[in-house]
Design a protein around this ligand. Structure first.
Ligand SMILES: [Zn+2]
Length: 201
C-alpha cells in the first residue's frame, strides 16, 4: 500500500478544441480472448493528429492510440521542473478545423509535442491495497462492479512523476510535483482528481 498522493490528470474539455488521431493510420488491433478487451497499437511511433474547435489548450488526450499532447510552454515547464516518467517526440499534424463549419483554421498543430509515458505503477488497488478484479489473461480491470469502490491506489510504483498503471490503459497518473507546476503556471485544459478519492461514474 502506497501512501504517496497521486492524481489523475485529464482534460477539462469545457469548450476547448479536441484532439483526434485518425484511425486510418497503420495500426494493429488485438482482442483479448478471455475478457474481449480491445488493444489498438500504432505501427508508426509518430502519431497523426487532427484538432477540432477554436479554443487552443496546453494539453490534449486521445484514447484510440493513447496519445497525450502538450504545448511547448507546458513541455518547457515540465523540463525545467525536472519532471520524470516521459520523453517527448514530434507529431504528424494533419489539420485543424472549426467544429461547427468544418472549415480549416490557421492554427499550427505541429507545435504540440507528444509525451510518451515511460513511468510505471503496479495494479489498481482499493485503499486497503487489495487488487481490483482484473482479467487473468491481459490484466485489464473489469469495469463491471467498479462503481461500488470509492478511492484507489496502486501496489507498486517506480517513483516517476508521470506514470501508467499496469491495468488501466491510457490513464495518466501524476505526483503532487506535476500538479504544482501546472497549477502555478495556469496551463489550460487540465484537471486533477486525487486517486484516493476517485470514483467511477
Ligand atoms: Zn483480458
Amino acid at each position: 500500500m502506497n501512501n504517496t498522493v497521486f492524481y489523475l490528470m485529464s482534460e477539462k474539455l469545457s469548450n476547448y478544441a479536441m484532439l483526434s488521431c485518425p484511425g486510418s493510420q497503420p495500426h494493429n488491433t488485438d482482442v483479448c480472448p478471455v475478457c474481449g478487451g480491445i488493444y489498438t497499437s500504432r505501427i508508426n511511433p509518430i502519431i497523426q493528429t487532427c484538432f477540432e474547435g477554436k479554443k487552443e489548450a496546453d494539453y490534449f488526450y486521445d484514447s484510440l492510440f493513447i496519445t497525450h499532447l502538450v504545448s511547448p510552454q507546458l513541455l518547457n515547464a515540465l523540463q525545467e521542473a525536472g519532471i520524470t516518467g516521459y520523453y517527448d517526440q514530434k507529431t504528424d499534424f494533419i489539420e485543424w478545423t472549426d467544429r461547427t463549419t468544418g472549415k480549416k483554421l490557421d492554427i499550427d498543430g505541429s507545435k504540440y509535442r507528444e509525451i510518451v509515458i515511460t513511468g510505471r505503477g503496479g495494479y489498481l488497488t482499493d485503499l486497503e491495497g487489495n487488487r481490483i478484479p482484473y482479467c487473468e489473461k491481459c490484466g485489464k480491470i473489469e469495469y463491471f462492479g467498479l462503481y461500488s469502490y470509492k478511492g484507489f491506489s496502486t501496489d507498486d510504483w517506480d517513483g516517476s512523476d508521470m506514470f501508467f498503471l499496469k491495468n488501466w490503459p491510457g490513464v495518466l497518473l501524476v505526483t503532487t510535483k506535476v500538479k504544482k507546476v501546472i497549477t502555478k503556471n495556469k496551463f489550460k485544459n487540465i484537471r486533477f482528481e486525487p486517486l484516493k478519492e476517485f470514483q467511477f461514474t
